[in-house]
Design a protein around this ligand. Structure first.
Ligand code: C2O
Ligand code: CU
Ligand code: CU
Length: 545
């Protein structure tokens, strides 16, 4: 048995044991001795502890009794779960031991341009690189995955993906379910051969629709089940599929609470019976199993829906599918409750939008274009001024759904041409927005974290790899000149730069920026503000006013 295989098995057993200990009633032995329970116990990815992320071919016992070739991260599929607290630096070495180039992208995490995983930064087989950047955004369930030039789909499909969870004190104070009751769940559909190998042989039709599987793995587990108690659970659902969209629901139609989207918690929970989850997106839900008796089971599933995609005779988009079965094995209810409010945030204001950018999504031959063009690594497609609120308008003129994703900012859905009222999953911060066939979707966005070169693309990975991607640059804000005296500092920028206001922060990480109250005055051709720093040295930045 190989080391990675042994570790993989040990980890499965440990998760089950930890879960049983959390439930308080079942011993691991008893959990394992349930001969009539069909399927496989859900695997939980291990946490990451700062070691290099090494991406390499591996053979894992995904199906009992078989060995499946995958591209694993530290021997795991999905890779280890990164957990970072807001304000901390994230630092890791990425080692590429595949036989192909590779770069990793931290999806949803606002990283500086050279750390973000643009395909231009991919490294050759056998090489590695260092990543380091501060994480300053609010708590959210993000993820990381391969972002290699024209190999993203193949590598992500083979397993190169993991969770990247950002935590912060505001979220911790809510007392949401934690530990064994806080479950990251990545959904990824596959086609599987008789010898239980993952089949990835996209035809031209598959590239057109995106590669759909007929088996959904949850955390790399086929036919998964999980033993739960009668308590409240937080499920962090990630759609890590290449092209499949899920309409998440419970088999008995029971309502659940939607609490978070790509960019973190909603301002308040929303009770729903289903929610759409497109590739790249995350949904966080709270589900209360106290409604079930011990001995009951309920399945998390994807409901059927119409909406395009899929080949005649092959796997279809919108098919009804079982995802994960929960067995209620313990009467323990715990004491977590659904909070009345979660994490209030100030939505972007459409009245502040400085411009509308239109993106026309269209079919061209057997591939899809954005504004009539395919990706060209050497071409800059557009520039976005730092800090401007913008409306991005997606017009889908084709017959395929497109989950559109921009790096380097979060956004909010403003409107959909197909409905006057937005679904709950459209009310939070997003980084990936589903644009249905024939639909026009408008989102509000603001790039105010990093300047530099980033990509904007469809997160249907076959669409992305076949060119449905753009380069764009976030233009830098004006450079500040900072001149320090004994207890005061004068901060200035060119007079030609209008519409900026000065903000300051006590921490280098800039976690809390406050407007500087004193208005700027023009001194020698520069906007200048002189501030007392009696309480210590502060950090300064410009924001669009
Ligand atoms: Cu998750 Cu550029 O992608
Ligand atoms: Cu991304
Ligand atoms: Cu697409």
């Amino acid at each position: 048995m190989t080391t990675s295989r042994r570790r993989f098995l040990r980890r499965t057993a440990q998760s089950a044991a930890a879960l049983a200990a959390g439930a308080g009633l079942l011993s691991p032995a008893r959990l394992w001795a349930q001969p009539t329970r069909p399927g496989n116990p859900l695997r939980l990815p291990p946490d990451w502890f700062g070691d290099p992320l090494t991406v390499a071919p591996a053979n894992l016992p995904i199906w009992p009794g078989y060995s499946t070739a995958v591209a694993a991260i530290n021997g795991e599929v999905p890779g280890p779960t990164v957990r970072v607290r807001r304000g901390q630096d994230f630092a890791v070495r990425v080692q590429n031991n595949l036989r192909q180039p590779l770069v990793l992208h931290w999806h949803g995490v606002l990283a500086p341009e050279r750390m973000d995983g643009h395909p231009r930064d991919q490294v050759a087989a056998g090489e590695g690189y260092e990543v380091r950047f501060p994480v300053r955004q609010r708590a959210s369930t993000c993820w990381y995955h391969a972002h290699t030039d024209r190999l993203t789909a193949e590598q992500a499909y083979a397993g190169v993906a993991g969770f990247f969870i950002i935590e912060d004190p505001a979220e911790a104070a809510l007392g949401l379910p934690s530990g064994s009751h806080d479950l990251p769940l990545v959904l990824a559909d596959k086609r599987v051969s008789a010898s239980r190998q993952l089949v990835y042989t996209p035809s031209m039709m598959d590239v057109m629709s995106g590669y759909l599987g007929d088996v959904v793995l949850v955390n790399g587990t086929p036919d998964p089940w999980l033993s739960v108690d009668r308590g409240l659970y937080r499920l962090r659902l990630l759609n890590g599929s290449n092209a499949r969209i899920y309409k998440v629901a419970f088999g008995d139609g029971r309502p659940f609470h939607l609490v978070g989207t790509d960019g973190g918690l909603l301002s308040a929970p929303s009770a729903v019976t289903s929610a759409m989850l497109a590739p790249g997106q995350r949904l966080e839900i709270l589900v209360d199993f106290s409604a079930y008796a011990v001995g009951a089971s309920v399945v998390l599933k994807s409901l059927p829906f119409a909406g395009g995609g899929g080949m005649m005779g092959g796997p279809q988009q919108g098919t009804e599918m079982d995802l994960l079965r929960f067995y209620v094995d313990s009467a323990t209810t715990g004491n977590a409750t659904v909070p009345a409010t979660l994490s209030p945030f100030t939505p972007l204001n459409p009245a502040q939008a400085r411009r509308t950018r239109v993106f026309t999504l269209a079919m061209s031959g057997m591939v899809h274009t954005i504004n009539g063009q395919l990706f060209n690594m050497q071409r800059m497609d557009f520039s976005v001024p730092f800090g401007d609120v913008e409306i991005w308008e997606y017009r889908n003129t084709g017959t395929e759904p497109h989950p559109m994703h921009a790096h380097a900012a979060l956004c909010q859905v403003l409107s959909r041409s197909t409905t006057p009222t937005l679904a709950a999953e459209d009310t939070g911060w997003k980084d990936t927005v589903l644009v249905n066939p024939g639909e026009t979707v408008r989102v509000l966005t603001r790039f105010d974290t990093h300047s530099g070169l980033f990509v904007h693309h469809c997160h249907n990975l076959e669409h992305e790899d076949s060119g449905m991607m753009q380069n764009f640059q976030v233009l830098p804000p004006p450079t500040l000149a900072v001149r320090r005296g004994d207890a005061s500092v004068s901060v200035s920028w060119p007079e030609s730069e209008q519409d900026w206001s000065l903000e300051s922060s006590a921490e280098a990480s800039g976690l809390v920026w406050e407007p500087v109250a004193r208005p700027p005055a023009v001194v020698g051709g520069r906007w200048t503000v002189t501030v007392n720093e009696l309480t210590g040295r502060r950090f300064y930045r410009l924001m669009k006013s």
